[in-house]
Design a protein around this ligand. Structure first.
Ligand code: ATP
Ligand code: MG
Length: 187
């Protein structure tokens, strides 16, 4: 199974992203848009994993989120991987309690490393993928008007283990396990 750990997004946030997508599409930006139901915030891509590993993965994800309070974020700004000028992946950035998200990602990565999943060599760059392009595209012209675009505020209170099946029609994701961020919010 091809697995990854991600935070599901609230419906209103996905709707905000669809409004942004429609604006970019009306402006003429052509790309392979991520279907609304597939949108998520990836914390860790695991790759191919045998099903015998599922119980320990579930335990590890639960241990990583235990006593962590929910994380408040907004989606903000647009970027591209490897760059907006040579864009293959078009994404929306995150603002708000991003340091807490990064800390959670590091805690999760550390625990997964003990299970044999190597840490990324690249720094974790939290983002929400909006679209992918087959060929690198200079997206600056379309995205410049949305540099300050900001979503409604969301609270991330769950991580999920997803299985990804790559099909000619696109990726299909199935949730295998959920864990809730159970920490108390201290005012
Ligand atoms: P497709 O590969 O058809 O574009 P996808 O990228 O949505 O579809 P997967 O490749 O299975 O599906 O990836 C699942 C999630 O993990 C996505 O959010 C993807 O961006 C992320 N991901 C995939 N590969 C990596 C990687 N090497 N490092 C970090 N995140 C990754
Ligand atoms: Mg992929």
């Amino acid at each position: 199974m091809r697995l990854f750990v991600a935070a599901p997004l609230p419906g209103f946030l996905i709707e905000d992203l669809q409004v942004l997508r429609r604006s970019l599409q009306s402006a003429g930006l052509k790309a392979r848009w991520v279907p609304p139901g597939n949108m998520h915030l990836t914390l860790k891509f695991l790759g191919e994993v045998g099903s015998q590993q599922l119980p320990s993965l579930g335990d590890t994800i639960r241990a990583a989120v235990t006593s962590i309070p929910p994380i408040t974020l907004v989606a903000k700004g647009i970027g591209g991987f490897p760059s907006l000028r040579h864009c293959r992946v078009l994404w929306v950035g995150l603002d708000g309690e991003t340091q807490r998200l990064i800390a959670l990602q590091q805690r999760l990565s550390g625990k997964l490393q003990s299970l044999g999943f190597p840490r990324e060599r690249r720094a974790y760059h939290p983002h929400l993928t909006l679209a992918r392009t087959r060929l690198p595209l200079d997206a600056r012209h379309w995205t410049a008007p949305f540099a300050d675009w900001t979503s409604q505020t969301m609270t991330i209170d769950q991580l999920a283990l997803f299985a990804s099946t790559l099909k000619p029609t696109g990726a299909e994701y199935r949730c295998l396990h959920r864990a809730t961020l159970t920490g108390q919010i201290h005012p």
